[in-house]
Design a protein around this ligand. Structure first.
Ligand code: CP
Length: 308
């Protein structure tokens, strides 16, 4: 067995600037065919453990691992003895003796994934936790790199809930030089304040800005307009009146018209007629489905990097 130490990818905040840029560039290289799958993970075993629904991320990591020559084990929400009370620590001791890379979506606090990562025999990848969706951000920046040839200097308008996709995007974009991120989040549904502050601190270092507002007036001209589903992972909101609060935060033709050169991105899945109109999502300026394919390229970059 190849037992070299593995790395973990749990949060954009854990990555050095060099590693973040490498992961985005490597993903874009896979997307452009400059790097081809050639058994980079040959002989390794990748396990994907998804406790929450997923179309893109689970398939991206599964397909990405297989294309790089890895063997694959797939666990659904009911499969591991974690359900019957076995501890994360015991689960990790067992799995890390048999598995090289472990990709997990929990939608619970990232602390659990950090417990899985208390060893270096099995690389642990956060495929979405409550706070952050780091590999979504890698796919997003990879898509931007392919479209614009760079991330530095890009201006992005993000419309929707300050969810784990928004947090990862803010933490990643702010690490590049002179980027502008305008977050327009419904009142009461903004970014977690600690994560917003962390992104703003990073932005201060790179000459970038991260600004959040809770209205849809005075929209800036940008290069990318980004929307996200109103109900992240389909989760219900406790406020029975939430749709009224979200209603102004729809990306329609008028929002796109404020940025005549902008492309439209969406982390998907989408609900046409809610966060985005069909005309925008299916229109000529939408690159949302290219973006979805970048999830596989960024998964390949992440798997390879964690494998060491
Ligand atoms: N964007 C995203 O994470 O999609 P899935 O929930 O389908 O994986």
């Amino acid at each position: 067995m190849d037992r070299r130490p593995r790395r973990h990818l749990l949060s954009i905040q854990d990555l050095s600037d060099t590693d973040l840029r490498h992961l985005v560039a490597r993903s874009a290289d896979y997307a452009a065919g400059r790097v081809r799958p050639a058994d980079q993970l040959r002989g390794l075993v990748t396990a994907v453990y998804f406790r929450r629904t997923s179309t893109r991320t689970r398939t991206a990591f599964s397909s990405g691992a297989l294309r790089l020559g890895s063997h694959l084990i797939s666990y659904g929400p009911g499969d591991l003895q974690l359900n019957t009370g076995e501890t994360v620590e015991d689960t990790t001791r067992v799995l890390s003796g048999m598995v090289d890379l472990f990709v997990a979506r929990t939608a619970d606090p990232v602390a659990e994934l950090r417990a899985f990562a208390e060893q270096d025999r099995m690389g642990v990848i956060n495929a979405m936790s409550a706070e952050e969706h780091p590999t979504q951000a890698l796919a997003d920046l990879s898509t931007m790199t392919q479209r614009f040839g760079r991330v530095d200097g890009l201006r992005v308008l993000y419309v929707g809930e300050g969810n784990n996709t928004a947090a990862a995007l803010a933490l990643a974009l702010s690490r590049f030089t002179e980027t502008r991120l305008y977050l327009r989040t419904p009142p009461g549904y903004g970014l977690d304040l600690d994560l917003l502050t962390a992104a703003q601190v990073a932005a201060g270092r790179t000459g970038s800005t991260v600004a959040e507002a809770h209205h849809m007036t005075d929209l800036p001209e940008v290069d990318v307009v980004y929307a996200t589903r109103w109900q992240t992972t389909g989760t219900a909101k406790p406020d029975p009146d939430w749709r009224r609060v979200f209603a102004p935060f729809q990306v329609d033709g008028a929002v796109l018209a404020a940025s005549p050169q902008a492309v439209f991105m969406h982390d998907l899945p989408a609900h046409r007629g809610e966060e985005v109109t069909a005309g925008v999502l299916d229109g000529p300026r939408s690159i949302a489905f290219e973006q979805a394919q970048h999830k596989m390229f960024s998964a390949q970059a992440a798997l390879e990097w964690c494998a060491g």
